[in-house]
Design a protein around this ligand. Structure first.
Ligand code: ADP
Length: 397
């Protein structure tokens, strides 16, 4: 098609045939100034085609130009020329060379100056050479097919293992999802059950309740309903994180910590001592997600203190091997060594929600967010003597 377009653009009339048989039919039906042929064609290849033209008295004065690329070596050209081809060009040729040859052949033929070689090959010799060329081409083709088949086999094997991987990943996700749904329904149901119990005690008033008890029940039911709402919105945050696309960019740690403290609010910070070391690093992260993570950690550090103890926090950064660690040390109740992994799972809480209100989702959000930002999270703690939660992210200068 490229050739046809180029020839037409050069002002020539062009007709095309898919193979030698069709080519011969067209040559016999109309007058042509030049034949351009490939070698590998179905039905009748370029050798046979050239041979047929050059042994036909009505056609042999038409110049034949072989234009080919497939499995070509010097013997191909020799055979084509022996069969009467007047020109032989290897693909890809520059337009300049190609058109020069086309013009040379056409004007030579028009001037009646086309060398009319009497075929130098005996029929038997031609057949032998032709068979040799054909066998070589077929061998090449078989070799090429062999390589293609091996490549396909490799591809199939990788595909199979990828499908296996994807299936087991899917199965794992499904199992996780089932376990998650179970926990969610359990944890959502328990405040609902308590609300129902307290409200119906008030409604039925049997056994009879004092006014103070009624107020207490209703206040507790209202608090549980609020907790249920928090639970749902925390769960949504957690679930959304899984599929969220978190673009990462350099983020100054100082800005993140300030944003977290601002969200916590001055009222809650008023009774705490918060010491922040100079934060000079930038990390590679998603800023709003990192602020959310920092908020959760600071909020926990402020919350989990013994009753009557004023929270005291130390926030600082350290750097090692291209990683920036942001640490938040508190003077809280600490975490037993054997519980330090558990608390990062959804709904895992070590304390009664009356003593320390919460949903048990905060650290699960932290862990998932850190995974998604290709960072790490951990905790060091002396039981009863404060904890240090830390997150690590790659430095961004
Ligand atoms: P929540 O704070 O809503 O209870 P989290 O997922 O944030 O849920 O934390 C899970 C549990 O880990 C908490 O219930 C608490 O037992 C423990 N924990 C988290 N942070 C601290 C901390 N700074 N000091 C002591 N215990 C903590």
């Amino acid at each position: 098609m490229v050739l046809e377009t180029k020839l037409k653009a050069a002002g020539m009339d062009v007709d095309c045939a898919p193979n030698g048989i069709e080519g011969l039919r067209k040559l016999r039906a109309e007058k042509f100034d030049l034949v351009i042929t490939d070698l590998m064609m179905s039905e009748m290849d370029g050798y046979q085609f050239t041979h047929a033209i050059k042994t036909d008295d009505a056609l042999k004065s038409i110049p034949v130009l072989v234009y080919t690329a497939t499995y070509t070596d010097a013997k191909d050209e020799a055979l084509a020329r022996n069969l009467g081809a007047n020109g032989f060009i290897l693909k890809p040729a520059t337009d300049e060379d190609f058109f020069a040859e086309v013009k040379r052949l056409v004007s030579q033929a028009a001037a009646g100056a086309l060398p009319q070689e009497t075929l130098s090959l005996e029929e038997m010799a031609y057949l032998r050479q032709y068979t040799e060329r054909l066998v070589r081409k077929l061998q090449d083709k078989v070799g090429e097919l062999e390589i293609a088949r091996n490549r396909l086999q490799d591809l199939n094997a990788t595909l199979e293992s990828r499908v296996k991987e994807a299936t087991s990943e899917l199965r794992r996700t499904n199992e996780e999802l089932e376990a998650f749904a179970y926990t969610v329904s359990h944890d959502l149901r328990s405040p609902l059950r308590s609300i129902e119990g307290m409200v119906s005690a008030v409604v039925t008033n049997s056994p009879p309740l004092s006014e103070e008890e009624r107020q207490q029940f209703l206040a507790r039911a209202a608090a549980l309903a609020v907790q249920g709402q928090h639970l749902i919105s925390d769960l949504l945050d957690y679930a959304r994180l899984k599929s969220a696309d978190l673009p990462l960019a350099p983020v100054p740690l100082e800005r993140v910590v300030n944003a977290a403290l601002e969200s916590i609010g001055s009222a809650q910070l008023a009774r705490a001592k918060v010491n922040i070391a100079p934060l000079r690093s930038n990390v590679l992260a998603n800023e709003s997600t990192l602020s959310h993570v920092t908020y959760n950690l600071v909020a926990n550090a402020l919350k989990f203190v013994k009753p009557g103890v004023a929270p005291s926090l130390h926030i600082f950064e350290t750097e090692r091997d291209g990683w920036i660690r942001l640490s938040i040390t508190d003077n809280g109740i600490g975490i037993p060594a054997d519980q330090r992994e558990r608390i990062f799972k959804v709904f895992e809480r070590l304390h009664d929600s009356r003593a320390y209100p919460g949903t048990g989702v905060g650290l699960a959000i932290v862990q998932r967010a850190m995974e998604k930002m290709r960072g790490r999270v951990g905790v060091d703690s002396n039981e009863g003597n404060g904890s240090t939660f830390w997150i690590e992210l790659p430095t961004a200068g």
